[in-house]
Design a protein around this ligand. Structure first.
Ligand code: SF4
Length: 1020
């Protein structure tokens, strides 16, 4: 730097660089007395304040909101079709102008393809055009002509397509509105200032300059009294070799698991022995460390350390003033794509080892704790969520019900956030209550929370009404969260303020909460913090040991500002060289507004600055595989940098390796694989001390001590406790299907927290309806059996039963497996079930005509427990039909039936389904009836029967839709089948009570709906 400044004004690309320039001047003893050093945008704003007409610069948020309002609102001359003069149709959900959007997309697609053009809303296309074009004569003339109805292709609209004219017209409306609000675009001010400025000589230096935009170029051309010197930023032509004395090394973690560990290694090595700052070594201190907002450590104490900003493009507003807070630079600077993520992964380990680590980066509003909570609650409260009709194969067009419009997960996320004011226990209880109750209504939940949770009430008012008082209440609440670090609170306050700014912009434009929410989701807030080892005052440090920041901030630190610079994430995906092409770019090109700069040139300048920031080492890191384990590729500047060290950059053989490096650059390469899982996770290769040894759990068997608990004591009717093992036929059947599945389902009860709407609930509904139907058959019609003659009455009765049962469901307890449909699809599923039950009556009329239902939902143990297979048994048989000869058939209702229900499976050496056979044996003993059938009757879509029956007693014709040869027992007494079943069950029960719960599926079908997800024996 010159020791005397020969300029009146020094302009830099951004405020960070302006601050760094002033610091360098101060360090080198150069006086800046009378010299203005500022970012270009800040300087223009100051000039406008001094010489302008009193209007205020519009902010980016205000611009976007006003343009959105211009797009949505009914303002005169808005989105009008220039051909037919009709207003464009608006999409109610998005609030966007369909016609104009469609057209701009069409026009843009012709040039840039569908994806880019379709990705932008019309208001955002217009906002990008305004930011780049307003103030330029060609652009202003095109806007004027578009408003005056000049057709596309004529006058100033030459080259403009019909699709683009509505955008220009909308911009015209926006500029009118801006004037009404006494606001002005920076581009307009730049065009007006040459007329307003005093014409006295001014020496202006554009230092470290990027190519001038057309607006800036026009400004300086219109101010001939200014002597302007441009010192272009170095590096636009591409990287050069690193400065003499700087060692270049390459680092390649093989994947995302190895990435933080390798970076921690690199930083540790770079810091070396510099860890000792006189503080207690953090490696032996508690992991919790002092965490303060970084900026309080430096001269810019006014900055809250996590001050919010609107966007990277808002840097001209000066929001980053004072962020370079420390008096000295960090020893190691890490330039990362997302420094906040890196900081979260790596900083705690470095702090434990005694290093002070600082972060300067930006976080999406929605990624801050406040933003996450706010977005979750907003989604929960949003009436329109999941709106629209969808077509589902087999179900037709389905409209969502109210319950489908909100997601319980959103409220649970909010409840578990620090902004719910709830304890974790209360939050989990709220979640469990919601999930266990399908009838939970959003309005009831809101009313309940509003009543006893002031945080909810405030956040609700903010989310729905943008209430300023609510924002103040939340701000006060954040300040009271003293159990959180100061930096955390600063970040949340920054997020809250960013939201308020979006709300202010929306209010200015007359928009509602929707617009604020949309804008807020795109906002980013600055995050900066320093964590230092316990006992070390981070705020008092001259500089942190490590600074993690983004590439642009690292590049602005200046030449020789750190010992080691680590440039990370240098992949083509993280730093693409291509400029984004969208509809705004196409429109500007049609108007002759050229791009002044390019993404590649910006990357080259940044990389050049990074190369020169380090005095000792430049470490270049590229993860070899991305999070999907796909290979990554070096970004363009990295390839160019490597080419600087190659004799023949056109050759390919020398870099045909995973690192894309010639052999001589592979010297000192830093590698880390993903195989060392624990070391990678701990960010240390030091062997982890063994805190405890836990034996792997015993699977497949119950330990001898717990064996007595394999079957829990039962409480019988009347309160009597039965200590000896007592099982139900369904439990026995489940054990026979697979012992481990039985254990998981019946003993561990791996049930879902959510109240279901599935086979269990459907089955209970059908069973109850059929039970009720037969009860009323005999009570109301005086008939026990459905016959062809009674079908009409039976249908009437069934319709009545189904209606009453449906009405009853919401009044049942959740534990009664009530069937509550909450979506249109579920309503249709319920209607289908009713249909099946109604159709079942025709089948029933043909079934067992010589028998009649006598026992319905019959408790075979009559309130106690009966003996079976050497143990106690209880259970309820769905139905027992009896004939005039004292013979009976056990009926078990099923929604569907598989091959395992037939007696014939015994020929394959397995027992198959046994429930009905068990009931038959018990009934034989307790009721003295002679069982001749144990039948599974399916009321599902395909009415059919399976099971076992005595072929000598029941005619085949009386069992329609049955594979008689698989189910018939004709060669021996039916009682033999029952005895044989009891014997097999007795053997199985012995195994069960001995603790044998090995996974042993009887058929692959058993595994189909099994909740044991990590079973080594899973089949099918
Ligand atoms: S997955 Fe199959 S084998 Fe494993 S426990 Fe479940 S049913 Fe048994």
């Amino acid at each position: 730097m010159d020791t005397s400044i020969a300029y009146d004004v020094v302009l830099l690309p951004d405020t960070d660089r302006a601050v760094a320039y002033r610091k360098r001047a101060a360090d080198s003893g150069c006086s800046l007395m009378g010299v203005t050093v500022a970012a270009f945008g800040v300087w223009v704003r100051d000039l406008w304040e001094l010489y302008g007409d009193g209007r205020t610069f519009v902010s980016r948020l205000e611009r976007e909101a006003l343009l959105r309002a211009a797009c949505e609102g009914p303002a005169e001359g808005g989105c009008v079709d220039s051909e037919n003069g009709k207003r464009a149709q608006r999409d109610g959900a998005s609030g966007r102008c369909e016609l104009a959007e469609g057209r701009i997309a069409d026009g843009a697609c012709a040039l840039v393809g569908d994806s880019e053009a379709g990705a932008l809303g019309l208001d955002r296309v217009a906002a990008a055009c305004v930011a780049a074009g307003v103030g330029l004569p060609a652009f202003d003339a095109a806007v004027r002509d578009a408003r005056q109805g000049v057709p596309a292709g004529a006058g100033a609209l030459e080259g403009v397509t019909r699709a683009e004219v509505p955008v220009l017209r909308m911009i015209g409306e926006y500029l009118d509105r801006l004037a009404q609000l006494e606001l002005i675009e920076p581009g307009q001010a730049l065009a007006l200032l040459p007329e307003l400025l005093p014409q006295r000589p001014l020496r202006v230096l554009l230092e470290d300059a990027a190519p001038l935009t057309p607006g800036r170029e026009a400004f300086f051309s219109a101010c001939p009294w200014m002597g302007v010197e441009v010192r272009a930023a170095s590096g636009s032509q591409g990287p050069v070799r690193a400065p003499e004395g700087v060692r270049v090394r390459f680092a390649f973690p093989s994947g995302q698991y190895a990435w933080p560990a390798l970076l921690a290694d690199i930083v540790r090595d770079a810091l070396g022995a510099a860890a000792d700052r006189g503080a207690a070594p953090a490696a032996v201190a508690a992991p919790a460390a002092a965490e303060v907002p970084a900026a309080v450590a430096g001269p810019a104490a006014g900055d809250d350390g996590a001050s919010s900003c609107e966007d990277a493009s808002g840097s001209a507003d000066g929001y980053r003033d004072g962020r370079l807070a420390w008096s000295q630079a960090a020893t190691v600077v890490v330039a990362a794509k997302d420094p906040a993520v890196l900081f979260g992964r790596v900083a705690p380990a470095l702090v434990r080892q005694g290093h002070a680590v600082a972060l300067r980066g930006r976080r999406r509003f929605a990624d801050t704790a406040f933003g996450r909570a706010f977005c979750s609650l907003r989604r929960f409260l949003d009436e329109g969520q999941a709106g629209g009709v969808s077509h589902i194969e087999g179900y037709g067009d389905i409209a969502p019900t109210d319950v489908e419009r909100w997601d319980r997960v959103d409220l649970a996320d909010w409840a578990l956030s620090p902004f719910s004011g709830m304890t974790r226990k209360a939050a989990f209880k709220l979640d469990a209550d919601m999930r266990a109750d399908r009838t939970a209504r959003r309005s009831d939940l809101c009313a309940r929370l509003r009543g006893d949770n002031p945080m909810f009430a405030a956040m609700e008012r903010l989310a729905l009404q943008l209430d300023a008082q609510a924002a103040a209440e939340l701000e006060a609440a954040v300040r009271r969260m003293t159990n959180r670090s100061e930096a955390w609170r600063a970040e949340q306050l920054a997020a809250l303020r960013a939201l308020q700014r979006a709300a202010d912009a929306a209010k200015l434009a007359g928009l509602g909460a929707d617009a604020t929410f949309d804008q807020a989701k795109r906002l980013k807030v600055n995050v900066s913090r320093i964590v230092a080892p316990r006992g070390c005052d981070g705020a008092a440090l001259g500089a942190p040991d490590v600074l993690m920041t983004d590439q642009s901030t690292a590049a602005s630190l200046g030449s020789g500002s750190c010992k080691v610079l680590v440039a990370t994430d240098l992949t083509s995906a993280a730093y693409p060289a291509a400029d984004s092409e969208d509809a705004s770019r196409v429109l500007l090109e049609h108007l002759g507004v050229k791009r002044a700069d390019s993404a590649l040139a910006r990357m080259r300048r940044a990389f050049f600055a990074l190369e020169h920031a380090a005095t000792d080492q430049l470490i270049i890191e590229r993860c070899l595989n991305d999070s999907s384990a796909d290979p990554t590729y070096p970004c363009v500047v990295l390839e160019e940098f490597v080419d600087c060290y190659r004799d023949d950059p056109t050759a390919t053989e020398d870099i045909d390796n995973p690192y894309s490096l010639p052999e001589h650059l592979q010297d000192g390469m830093l590698l880390r694989g993903e195989d060392a899982l624990c070391a990678n996770d701990a960010l240390s290769d030091a062997p982890a001390p063994e805190a405890a040894r836990i034996e792997p759990p015993l699977t497949g068997a119950v330990s001898p001590e717990a064996r007595s608990l394999v079957v829990l004591p039962r409480v019988l009717q009347g309160g009597q406790v039965l200590d000896e093992p007592c099982l139900s036929p369904s439990q026995i059947e489940s054990y026979l299907e697979c012992p481990y599945k039985w254990f998981a389902q019946r003993r561990l009860r791996l049930d879902d927290l959510d109240e279901g709407f599935g086979p269990l609930e459907m089955g209970d509904f059908a069973h109850n309806a059929l039970h009720s139907f037969y009860k009323h058959m005999s009570e109301d019609l005086g008939e026990a059996k459905v016959t062809p003659q009674l079908l009409a009455q039976a249908r009437e009765l069934m319709a009545d039963v189904l209606a009453r049962h449906k009405a009853l469901q919401p009044h049942l307890r959740q534990s009664e497996n009530r069937l509550i449909p909450t979506s249109q699809v579920e309503h249709r599923e319920l209607a289908e079930l009713e249909h099946k039950l109604m159709d079942y009556l025709d089948f029933e009329a043909e079934l067992l005509p010589t028998f009649a239902p006598k026992y319905l939902e019959y408790d075979v143990a009559c309130g106690g427990a009966v003996d079976y297979a050497g143990h106690k048994l209880l259970g309820t048989a769905d139905r027992i039909d009896v004939d005039g000869e004292g013979r009976c058939a056990i009926i078990d209702y099923k929604g569907s039936i598989s091959g395992s229900y037939a007696l014939g499976v015994r020929e394959e050496g397995r027992l198959g389904k046994v429930q009905a056979l068990i009931y038959a044996q018990v009934v034989r003993r307790t009721l003295g009836l002679e069982p001749v059938g144990a039948l599974y009757v399916c009321y599902g879509r395909r009415k059919m029967i399976s099971g076992a029956y005595d072929g000598r007693v029941i005619e085949n014709a009386h069992l329609p839709n049955m594979r008689h040869k698989d189910c018939m027992c004709a060669d021996r007494p039916f009682s033999d089948v029952l005895d044989e079943t009891e014997e097999a069950v007795a053997a199985a029960l012995e195994r069960m009570l001995a603790g044998d719960i090995r996974p042993r599926p009887e058929t692959p079908e058993a595994c189909k709906w099994c909740p044991v997800s990590s079973c080594s024996e899973r089949r099918g």
